[in-house]
Design a protein around this ligand. Structure first.
Ligand SMILES: [Zn+2]
Ligand SMILES: [Zn+2]
Length: 185
């Protein structure tokens, strides 16, 4: 049975870890719990891009895993951060996952309506966070990107893609998750 532990990195205002844990738990039918809050990794900051390297968050999650009690070492770790994340080949990412590491990170700053000059909307923001977290965990559990623009496993190149898709899996991805031993909603 998989177990997911969520860690916040730095400040992530407006996010209830308890609620997110509950929602992700019902999306994947796995136990999800909140882990200890973490500082932003100083070595992840790129002062030219004014962004953080997403890969450094994955490394940090792996270190947390290594220091965890035995029963939690096989857990999937999900990081959440208010920092803006990048990978070298893209201007930004909403998240990054590493299946082998059993870890993923979601960046929340570009999920806020305010980022696009719109009115703050906590519920809408929460939906987007849930979608991106579900997407990244889907990768960790073994799902690739999906061609169906309405499926949560569709790649989000922009916030419009995120708003169009999900929060659920298409029939194909759900079947694939089931093969992997996970029940996706
Ligand atoms: Zn993806
Ligand atoms: Zn799909």
């Amino acid at each position: 049975m998989a177990l997911v532990i969520i860690h916040k990195f730095g400040k992530t205002p407006g996010i209830s870890l308890g609620e997110l844990a509950e929602e992700l738990g019902s999306a994947f039918q796995v136990p999800v719990s909140a882990g200890a809050p973490q500082p932003l990794p100083p070595d992840g900051y790129d002062r030219h891009r004014h962004q953080y390297s997403a890969a450094v968050f994955i490394q940090r999650l792996l270190q947390i895993k290594e220091r965890s009690p035995m029963d939690q070492r096989s857990a999937v770790l999900l990081g959440l951060t208010g920092a803006d994340l990048f990978v070298p080949q893209l201007t930004f990412v909403f998240g990054l996952s590493d299946r082998r590491a059993g870890a993923a990170v979601v960046a929340t700053s570009r999920l806020r309506p305010e980022f696009y000059g719109e009115e703050p909307d906590q519920a809408f923001f929460g939906e987007r966070v849930l979608k991106e977290a579900t997407h990244e965990l889907g990768h960790v559990f073994g799902l690739p990107h999906c061609g169906d623009a309405l499926c949560i496993m569709h790649f989000s190149n922009s916030i419009a893609d995120t708003d169009r898709k999900g929060p659920g899996f298409c029939r194909k991805c759900r079947a694939r998750l089931a093969e992997l031993g996970i029940v996706g909603n």
